[in-house]
Design a protein. Structure first.
Length: 108
């Protein structure tokens, strides 16, 4: 088995290594900072879009509520009309019945 020669780390080589490591970490830091800026901008855009959608939904829901109230008012008006018609028919039937009874009584 061959034994590999051991390399010596001189001060110059250690300085070069440290500089290389620092340079790579600086590049990583720049990439992370760039990614962070892009993510923050993207999140801000998404938050703004959600606000716009929420506001639009609230406006639409208010419109739907107004339309539902309009339908309720129309149904209530129809109900009042039906009640009036029913009482009118009952009144006409009573008048007709009393007319028949009066006619029969006058004939006897």
């Amino acid at each position: 088995m061959a034994v590999m020669a051991r390399e010596e780390w001189t001060d110059g080589r250690l300085d070069d290594f440290r500089q290389n490591v620092n340079q790579r970490f600086d590049e990583v830091d720049k990439k992370v900072d760039n990614l962070d800026r892009r993510m923050q901008a993207g999140f801000a855009a998404v938050r703004e879009e959600f606000r716009a959608v929420r506001n639009e939904m609230q406006t639409e829901f208010q419109g739907v509520r107004g339309e539902i109230q309009s339908v309720r008012d129309e149904v209530a008006a129809m109900n009042r009309n039906l009640i009036q018609l029913t009482w009118g028919l009952i009144g006409m039937m009573l008048v007709g019945f009393l007319g028949i009874v009066a006619t029969i009584l006058t004939q006897v």
